[in-house]
Design a protein around this ligand. Structure first.
Ligand code: AMP
Length: 481
């Protein structure tokens, strides 16, 4: 099938050709004719399926073919997205796919000054890509009115609900003309999404492509069981051992992001971070630098997890598992794009067994576990099954206490010594120093050290039982407040 056979006009076909898109993806093949025909669409499609072109190309065509010209402080197509990063990316897609067309585009999101956005809206725009909160702000200040909106697109609707935008969305729906085209894209179709869809779509064309398990199966995935407090060391060890040089690294907390970024930086990697507390321009800069490979390691919280379009990413490292299983699929969705194969490794501690079980249930497969010699977990990560169960092994009968335990006895129980850091192409000395725990100023406040301690016989703590060589002193085993 060709793009031309879908009924697209020449300027759009040229732009698609310039991008070297040979054939429409499944979501494009279904969405483009439906959108061109003015129909509502409900599509289960996640990032990586080509969904953006699936709605942008036909909407650009409708804008060109169907007047009237937009008036001041109005928009004809409204695209709502959950995050600022996705907003920028979707805008860029409209600009690229709509090259040479006489149309005006604008992106608007919070966290940056509203005035330039208001100025640009004065002339009116054909396409306004916005996050819900900022769109309402602009509307309240009369910078944008909705009476000329022909089409509403909800991109990553599930993520918008996850992020608590339900009320803002309802307010937008109420303010839009009742007669309009509505396109809803969502990776998942929960009851909430279905309820929302029922209220805003009329007679939609249903499209479903690439269920999460299909996307996930293209990627080599495995899990390394580890004690939480040893995650930073294991992470640095894996990076050095495998000579990983370009990876997207996910961490649960902002503190964790900063901690790992500092470790990587000390080890000589070009590193940047994305998290919610970072000013927007800095976040976008980080993403750009990562895409151009000026930055090797991008360490991010969930904020960056969805919708970001990073081509050819070979590796995702989940230092923490996401709380929401679906986010795992979004995270690793960044690898293995367009048929390329990717790698996704997850460092999993005992506390995360429920999340691991939920992920395995979602992707309908058990993730293989590969212990890393020297980092075996003292806190065993319970077995999980692909049906989402945590298989609790029967407890071993307690051994009678030996009154005078020999200090260091556990060391002699066959555990291999922790490997020293691998070589680095870039700054071997520095990297080895960190992998071996030396020369780092990160000795205090390991934000990964808050695992619930299992009760140990007196005088034999987890830290004391096995102390991998060279771990930064202090912070180990400390509980965070
Ligand atoms: P999306 O799912 O919209 O985020 O798109 C994912 C990636 O696929 C983007 O990098 C697009 O440039 C690319 N893409 C979209 N449509 C096609 C196509 N028909 N052929 C090849 N690549 C495409």
């Amino acid at each position: 099938m060709s793009f031309a056979s879908l009924g697209l006009i020449d300027p759009l076909l040229r732009n698609v050709q310039d991008l070297n898109y040979q054939t429409p993806t499944p979501v494009q093949a279904k969405a483009i004719p439906a959108v061109l025909g003015g129909k509502d669409v409900m599509a289960a499609a996640q990032t990586g399926t080509g969904k953006t072109a699936g709605f942008a190309l036909p909407l650009l065509q409708r804008l060109v073919q169907h007047g009237p010209a937009v008036s001041s402080n109005r928009a004809r197509v409204l695209v709502l997205v959950p995050t600022r990063e996705l907003a920028e990316q979707v805008l860029q897609s409209f600009v690229t796919y709509g090259k040479g067309l006489d149309l005006r585009f604008l992106v608007a999101y919070g966290g940056v000054s509203i005035n330039p956005q208001m100025m640009k809206l004065r002339k009116g725009v054909d396409v306004l890509v916005a996050t819900p909160g900022r769109l309402l702000d602009l509307n309240r200040q009369n910078a944008v009115q909705f009476d000329q909106v022909q089409t509403l697109v909800l991109d990553e609707a599930d993520r918008m609900l996850d992020l608590g935008f339900a009320r803002e969305l309802d307010a937008v729906f109420a303010a839009l003309p009742a007669r309009r085209q509505t396109l809803l894209f969502s990776a998942t179709f929960t009851d909430d999404i279905r309820a929302m869809a029922a209220g805003i779509l009329s007679n939609p064309v249903n499209i479903s492509v690439s269920p999460p398990n299909v996307t996930a199966s293209k990627i080599k995935q495995w899990v390394v069981p580890v004690d939480k407090r040893n995650k930073p060391d294991l992470f640095m060890h894996l990076v050095a051992e495998n000579k990983w040089e370009h990876a997207l690294v996910f961490v649960k907390t902002r503190k964790g992001v900063d901690y790992l970024a500092a470790m990587l930086d000390e080890a000589g990697y070009a590193v940047d971070t994305i998290h919610g507390d970072k000013p927007q321009p800095a976040r976008l800069r980080a993403l750009e630098r990562f895409k151009t490979r000026e930055v090797q390691m991008l360490v991010a919280t969930d904020v960056a997890a969805r919708g970001l379009d990073i081509d050819d990413l070979p590796l995702v490292i989940n230092v923490d598992l996401p709380i929401v299983a679906q986010d795992y699929v979004h995270r690793i969705g960044r690898t293995g794009r367009a048929g390329a194969s990717g790698v996704a490794v997850s460092l999993v501690c005992a506390d995360e067994a429920p999340q691991l079980a939920a992920i395995e249930a979602l992707i309908r497969q058990s993730l293989p576990r590969e212990e890393e010699p020297g980092f075996e977990a003292d806190h065993r990560v319970p077995e999980t099954s692909a049906t989402g169960e945590i298989i609790k092994k029967p407890k071993k009968p307690k051994k009678p206490k030996v009154p005078q335990a020999v200090p260091g006895a556990k060391q002699a129980t066959g555990k291999k010594p922790r490997p020293q850091g691998g070589e680095s192409k870039r700054k071997p000395g520095a990297q080895r120093a960190v992998a071996a725990g030396k020369g780092t100023s990160l000795s205090s406040g390991n934000p990964f050290s808050a695992q619930k301690p299992r009760s140990k016989p007196a005088g034999k703590t987890a830290a004391g039982a096995r102390k991998p060589a060279g771990k930064p002193a202090g912070g180990r085993g400390k509980r965070q407040p």
